[in-house]
Design a protein around this ligand. Structure first.
Ligand code: SF4
Length: 490
């Protein structure tokens, strides 16, 4: 397949989802499906089609261990039925026992899309009302606005130290014209993604459309960079030989003696500069001679504080460590997971973040009712959750279909539900949890037993009911939202 551009602020339509698997390392969801305890219908119907590291989240779910789900909403317009996918995904994870976070990406809306704060306030309220109306439990979960959240801001500042302009340029196509606030909003988004792990590391899933994948990849990279990843890889042999635990302590102490222990590395380099490089190299050698793997000082300190010579010496030491590690991998049947868990515990004990790389799941985009991509800027292409129910029904009746030229042809050849935005309405939304309803529509369509006029009329009626019910629930949620006192302005 041709190269697929993924641009979170662009309007690229993704024609071939499979290309994503190959090009960006997104894995197929169907392989995981059997291990999901009670899969959501979006999973069962392959609308959620891909993932990164979602196995971790399923495992936590199954083992009754902590996990989290988070999604941000950029309040640039009315929430529409495409957003309902993400609302559903969040709410489902909350119902499965996850700590669930929904945030209003107001900084991004303001900087990347240029919305005024008044517009943002209005749309933010609409998103939150719909989220609550669909069943998000604000007592169990967390709702916040980016601009209001001090801890997120602080974390974003820390993460910003790890990201630089060339990197953002390569990922997002930023150039000399890109304003600083837009870049800042990216780093804030990274902080959002890692925020659920701030108190303690846990598997975290971010449900997204595939166009948001650049954010996921950057967040996963940053999560790694914030780790003392020498520690992470150092004691992989723990499981092979529990006595190795003692080595962890020993290695730690030895390095602490040399003042290169984790957070101290920067100060150490600043005070000692290149003159004391032999000290560091000596410590590492000592550890290696004792059959212990040295702990690697945090690489992030290298670019900021190291002199060139120090930098080279450290890189060499790190390469050495990597070799030692690789040898161990060959020598024992290593349990990486156990090692990583242990390393993370050590890291957190020592004041580090211990972030687990965030997981993601990817859902298909809904096709617009007019064909093409569903877009907030083309009213006829989407149904807003705020549309008057009758008007919503009219849009369904006016939508394009996967039907044949004539009724006779349709009866003979059957319709094409796979290319039909109306069928998508059934599968993504109107059939709800009832698989048999979606299947019946599909089968009747392909068999030629269903004609588009009647099919659209049925969908239109369902849509009218859906919108009326939803809007009624939104109104019931108004006092709940008011009580939440989510600040509306930075
Ligand atoms: Fe689409 Fe329904 Fe027509 Fe089939 S019968 S092509 S599902 S509108």
């Amino acid at each position: 397949a041709d190269s697929v551009a993924l641009d979170p602020w662009g309007s690229s339509t993704i024609a071939d989802y499979r290309a994503l698997f190959e090009e960006f390392g997104i894995e197929a969801f169907e392989e995981l499906l059997p291990s999901v305890p009670t899969p959501h219908y979006l999973m069962r119907r392959a609308i959620i089609f891909g993932h990164r590291d979602y196995d971790r989240v399923i495992e936590a779910m199954r083992e009754d261990e902590p996990f989290a789900a988070l999604s941000g909403f950029m309040p640039t317009g009315d929430p529409h039925i495409g957003h309902k996918l993400v609302f559903d995904e969040l709410i489902w994870h909350q119902q499965q026992g996850g700590d669930t976070y929904a945030l209003i990406a107001d900084l991004e809306a303001h900087s990347a899309r240029g919305l005024s704060w008044d517009e943002i306030d209005e749309h933010a309220e609409d998103y939150l009302l719909s989220l609550l109306a669909f069943g998000f439990d604000p007592e169990a979960g967390t709702l916040y606005r980016q601009s209001e959240h001090r801890e997120v801001q602080d974390l974003s500042f820390e993460l910003g130290i790890e990201a630089n302009f060339s990197e953002l340029g390569a990922i997002y196509g930023f150039d000399g014209e890109t304003d600083v606030s837009h870049m800042q909003s990216v780093v804030t988004q990274m902080a959002d993604i890692l925020y659920p792990q701030l108190e303690s590391p846990k598997p975290t899933v971010i449900p997204v459309g595939p166009d948001q994948d650049p954010h996921i990849r950057l967040a996963r990279d940053l999560a790694t960079r914030m780790r003392y990843f020498g520690v992470t890889t150092a004691y992989a042999s723990f499981e092979a030989d529990p006595a190795e635990l003692a080595h962890v302590e020993a290695a730690y102490e030895a390095l602490a003696d040399e003042q290169v222990r984790c957070g101290d590395a920067a100060d150490w380099l600043e005070t000692h500069g290149e003159a004391d490089q032999p000290g560091l190299a000596g410590a590492i050698e000592k550890l290696q001679a004792a059959g212990q793997e040295p702990l690697r000082p945090r690489v992030r300190f290298l670019d900021r504080n190291a002199t060139e010579t120090a930098f080279e010496a450290l890189i060499e030491a790190i390469d050495g460590e990597k070799r030692v590690y690789d040898e161990h991998v060959d020598a024992f049947d290593l349990d990486h997971e156990a090692a990583e868990r242990l390393a993370r515990e050590i890291e957190v004990e020592n004041g580090g973040y211990g972030f687990i790389r965030p997981s993601s799941i990817y859902h298909r985009f809904m096709t617009g009712l007019t064909g093409g991509k569903m877009s907030s800027s083309i009213p006829a292409s989407h149904i807003s959750l705020l549309d008057d129910p009758e008007e919503g029904a009219d849009k369904v009746r006016a939508g394009t279909t996967g039907g044949r030229e004539t009724a006779a042809e349709q009866r003979e050849l059957g319709g094409r539900p796979d290319e039909c935005p109306i069928y998508e309405l059934y599968a993504y939304l109107l059939a709800g949890d009832d698989d048999s309803y979606a299947e019946r529509v599909y089968e009747e369509c392909t068999a030629g037993d269903r004609l588009c006029g009647a099919c659209k009329a049925e969908a239109a009626e369902e849509m009218e009911t859906f919108l009326a019910d939803h809007q009624e629930r939104r109104e019931q949620m108004r006092p709940v939202l008011e009580d939440l006192e989510i600040e509306v302005r930075p």
